[in-house]
Design a binder for this molecule. Structure first.
Ligand code: IMP
Ligand code: MG
Length: 171
């Protein structure tokens, strides 16, 4: 069963708000957007269509391995970005920060490549599950400790196409 949790209208309003802030913060500057696949494809597509900036789009697919409590866990990069980000303004676009492990690792990796600036936009944040602190510069919604699907997020690779965020219940 799927319970609607964040509606299409709420998403639209929030993403417009985030885009306004980003447009303002990067005025007259080039910005490299790194869309973290797969989950953030829909959020990222909607967000960038509201940006009026000199953009370069990059895509990355990565997942963190092992114990989520182990900060030394490794990052498995299935797809890396194509261009050098040295000296560039970079904005990572993610679907959800849960324990924070994945984004922490991605951030560490990208910082090592010498960007001029590195910020994070995440549509969702589950503070109850936080293990690794991640500064989210542009946050959509703080949510309860529930498993959410839709608008890019999956359960066993399904439900990504839903235009809203739902709560997945196993019954
Ligand atoms: P982390 O625990 O912050 O490293 O989260 C890693 C990844 O788990 C996220 O980028 C999502 O892809 C996935 N994830 C975490 N919570 C949920 C959820 O509620 N629904 C769908 N995917 C989730
Ligand atoms: Mg993800």
């Amino acid at each position: 069963m799927i319970e609607k949790y964040i509606t299409e209208d709420q998403l639209e309003v929030k993403i417009t708000e985030l885009a306004l802030k980003i447009n303002n913060d990067y005025k007259n500057e080039e910005l490299v957007i790194i869309c973290i696949l797969n989950g953030s494809f829909m959020f990222c597509a909607d967000l960038i269509r509201k940006l009026d900036l000199d953009l370069i789009m990059e895509f990355m697919s990565a997942s963190s391995y092992g114990e989520s409590t182990d900060s030394s866990g490794t990052l498995d990069i299935r797809l890396d970005i194509e261009r050098d980000i040295k000296g560039k303004n970079v904005l990572i676009v993610e679907d959800i920060v849960d324990t924070g492990l994945t984004l922490n690792k991605i951030k560490e990796l990208l910082l090592g490549r010498g960007p001029k600036s590195l910020k994070i936009a995440s549509l969702l944040h589950k503070p109850a599950r936080k293990i690794h602190h991640v500064d989210i510069d542009y946050l959509g919604f703080e949510i309860e400790d529930k498993f959410v699907i839709g608008y890019g997020l999956d359960y066993a690779n399904k439900y990504r196409e839903l235009p809203y965020i739902g709560i997945y219940q196993n019954s």
